[in-house]
Design a protein around this ligand. Structure first.
Ligand SMILES: [Zn+2]
Length: 106
Protein backbone atom coordinates (compact mmCIF):
# COMPACT_ATOMS: atom_id res chain seq x y z
CA UNK A 1 0.00 0.00 0.00
CA UNK A 2 1.69 3.12 -1.17
CA UNK A 3 -0.35 6.34 -1.20
CA UNK A 4 2.49 8.14 -2.95
CA UNK A 5 2.24 5.97 -6.00
CA UNK A 6 -0.45 7.99 -7.77
CA UNK A 7 1.56 11.20 -7.54
CA UNK A 8 4.05 9.87 -10.03
CA UNK A 9 1.30 10.00 -12.60
CA UNK A 10 0.46 13.60 -11.91
CA UNK A 11 1.68 15.63 -14.90
CA UNK A 12 1.71 18.79 -12.80
CA UNK A 13 3.91 17.33 -10.12
CA UNK A 14 7.01 18.95 -11.45
CA UNK A 15 8.39 22.40 -11.89
CA UNK A 16 8.93 23.50 -8.33
CA UNK A 17 8.21 27.12 -9.13
CA UNK A 18 4.47 26.70 -9.26
CA UNK A 19 2.86 28.47 -6.40
CA UNK A 20 6.01 30.25 -5.48
CA UNK A 21 5.48 33.56 -3.82
CA UNK A 22 5.61 36.57 -6.02
CA UNK A 23 4.55 40.18 -5.72
CA UNK A 24 0.82 40.59 -5.45
CA UNK A 25 -0.65 43.08 -7.87
CA UNK A 26 -4.01 44.72 -8.05
CA UNK A 27 -4.47 45.53 -4.41
CA UNK A 28 -1.56 47.79 -3.80
CA UNK A 29 -2.47 50.51 -1.32
CA UNK A 30 -2.37 53.99 -2.66
CA UNK A 31 -3.26 53.13 -6.23
CA UNK A 32 -5.85 55.45 -7.70
CA UNK A 33 -8.36 54.76 -10.36
CA UNK A 34 -10.52 56.98 -12.48
CA UNK A 35 -14.27 56.76 -12.22
CA UNK A 36 -16.53 58.41 -14.76
CA UNK A 37 -19.57 60.12 -13.31
CA UNK A 38 -22.23 62.39 -14.80
CA UNK A 39 -20.46 65.32 -13.25
CA UNK A 40 -17.04 64.40 -14.55
CA UNK A 41 -14.16 62.10 -13.95
CA UNK A 42 -13.07 61.49 -10.41
CA UNK A 43 -10.03 59.90 -8.96
CA UNK A 44 -10.88 57.39 -6.28
CA UNK A 45 -8.52 55.86 -3.80
CA UNK A 46 -9.53 53.14 -1.41
CA UNK A 47 -8.08 53.47 2.01
CA UNK A 48 -8.18 50.89 4.73
CA UNK A 49 -8.43 53.39 7.52
CA UNK A 50 -5.95 51.30 9.41
CA UNK A 51 -2.97 52.91 11.00
CA UNK A 52 -4.71 56.16 11.78
CA UNK A 53 -6.96 57.38 14.51
CA UNK A 54 -8.16 60.30 12.47
CA UNK A 55 -11.91 60.72 12.11
CA UNK A 56 -13.26 62.20 8.91
CA UNK A 57 -16.66 63.58 8.15
CA UNK A 58 -18.41 62.12 5.14
CA UNK A 59 -19.88 64.83 2.92
CA UNK A 60 -22.52 62.43 1.67
CA UNK A 61 -24.33 61.76 4.93
CA UNK A 62 -22.63 64.30 7.17
CA UNK A 63 -21.70 61.55 9.57
CA UNK A 64 -18.30 60.69 10.89
CA UNK A 65 -16.14 58.06 9.30
CA UNK A 66 -14.80 56.23 12.29
CA UNK A 67 -11.11 55.65 12.65
CA UNK A 68 -10.08 52.32 11.22
CA UNK A 69 -13.12 52.07 8.94
CA UNK A 70 -12.31 51.28 5.32
CA UNK A 71 -13.56 54.05 3.09
CA UNK A 72 -12.45 55.98 0.05
CA UNK A 73 -11.00 59.29 -0.87
CA UNK A 74 -12.05 61.04 -4.04
CA UNK A 75 -11.17 64.20 -5.83
CA UNK A 76 -11.79 65.65 -9.27
CA UNK A 77 -9.55 64.18 -11.95
CA UNK A 78 -8.78 67.55 -13.42
CA UNK A 79 -5.81 69.78 -12.66
CA UNK A 80 -6.02 71.21 -9.20
CA UNK A 81 -8.53 68.59 -8.15
CA UNK A 82 -6.14 67.24 -5.58
CA UNK A 83 -7.07 70.19 -3.41
CA UNK A 84 -10.65 68.96 -3.29
CA UNK A 85 -10.01 65.63 -1.67
CA UNK A 86 -12.87 64.31 0.40
CA UNK A 87 -13.21 61.21 2.51
CA UNK A 88 -16.41 59.28 1.87
CA UNK A 89 -18.17 56.23 3.16
CA UNK A 90 -17.97 53.85 0.24
CA UNK A 91 -21.75 53.53 0.04
CA UNK A 92 -22.26 57.27 0.22
CA UNK A 93 -19.91 57.79 -2.67
CA UNK A 94 -21.87 55.28 -4.73
CA UNK A 95 -25.12 57.02 -3.92
CA UNK A 96 -23.71 60.46 -4.46
CA UNK A 97 -25.43 61.28 -7.73
CA UNK A 98 -28.79 60.05 -6.48
CA UNK A 99 -29.09 62.97 -4.15
CA UNK A 100 -30.53 64.92 -7.01
CA UNK A 101 -29.79 68.21 -8.73
CA UNK A 102 -29.18 71.37 -6.90
CA UNK A 103 -27.05 69.78 -4.24
CA UNK A 104 -23.44 70.50 -3.76
CA UNK A 105 -21.08 67.86 -5.04
CA UNK A 106 -19.61 67.80 -1.61
ZN1 LIG B 1 -21.46 58.79 4.60
Amino acid sequence: MSPRRSRRLDPFDRGGNRGASRPVGGSVPGVDRIEEWPDGDWRVRRVTGAGTDKVYRCPGCDQEIRAGLPHLVSWPAWPGGEDERRHWHTACWRNRVKRGPGRSRY
